[in-house]
Design a protein around this ligand. Sequence first.
Ligand code: NAD
Length: 364
Amino acid sequence: MKNSFCIAVLPGDGIGPEIMRQGYKILNILKKKYFLNIITKEYDIGGIAIDKYGCPLPQKTLLGCQQSDAILLGSVGGPKWQTLPDNQQPEKGGLLPLRKHFNLFANIRPSILYPELKQLSPLKTKIVDSGFDILCIRELTGGIYFGNSDRKTNLELKEFAFDTELYYAFEIERIAKFAFNIAQQRNKKIVSIDKANVLQSSKLWREIVESISIQYPDVQLSHLYIDNAIMQIIQNPVAFDVILCSNLFGDIISDECAALSGSIGMLASASLNINNFGLYEPAGGSAPDIQNKNIANPIAQILSIALLLRYSMKLNVLSNLIYSCVKTALQKGYRTFDIADCSKDYISTDHMGDIIAQLISKEA
Ligand code: NAD
């Protein structure tokens, strides 16, 4: 049996390397204090890989990821590379093929609004007074983004375009089981999102989610149509625990939840395959507007390590420890620029990384 856990670290572009430095601080403390045998190896992806090797996902990077147990990503992209052809761009030619290569079918996006930061939410304080904690689980490798699509002009010279939502039963079963297993470890409530009053793919989605739910009698399942769900989340986010969505609906809902929780700089994301191999990353992008200013919020990157500990390493206690130290830092009033009450009163990226690392160190 392997006794070490190997992480391929891909800092990428923009704020990626700055926030990844804070991630290393956390990993180093965990290694030291908990004797975790984590080995990190760094590789290039995105714009930096284009500059160095002429392609956004070099063979060396892909091979390094294949030889690892998980991938920890910063972010990719920036204005310098956005005029390149699609398949040579940092995201389309680097990140998307990486996700596809590992068949990362399950995307997990926790959206947490800490009560300390409730004023950052665009919702009224009375709605979010106690904060909220929603986990959005999105099917990531099927549905309309991968179905047959085209844009053409017919013989009558009328231009048309189409995209096809196609779901195989096994794809719905797989993501539903994944969601139910996670719900069992939380508040045991799932809302499944569809448009079963109109779409055939949604009718199948609903039927299969219902049939899977029989195996999980302890989890309460309900269904919402996407249009209603969007409203209910805004009106009462506190009522939600796990939200289960197709690729398209998850894309919309996870961003809605992100917006409601204040800053994209606080949100981490995990994409997993059937073997719990995962890609862990901040939900936001490379933020070129704040690059090299030491003001980016490193919390999303730090929480992506918490997700890695939970979902790939099964170290829930350490994962919870990171979450609770982030909460403590916020309770003590530490804020980066994006979450500060007034723009003068904030600490740097490095400082926030140090504070959270110290808190973890003290807890240990
Ligand atoms: P973005 O998420 O990079 O930035 C949107 C806004 O959020 C900006 O104002 C930015 O300053 C802010 N922001 C993002 N992360 C932050 C953090 N940690 N702390 C504080 N503020 C933060 O989205 P964008 O501007 O649309 O995209 C910029 C680049 O990132 C583009 O090249 C895009 O293709 C790429 N991108 C990459 C990923 C990824 O790597 N997974 C995801 C989205 C976008």
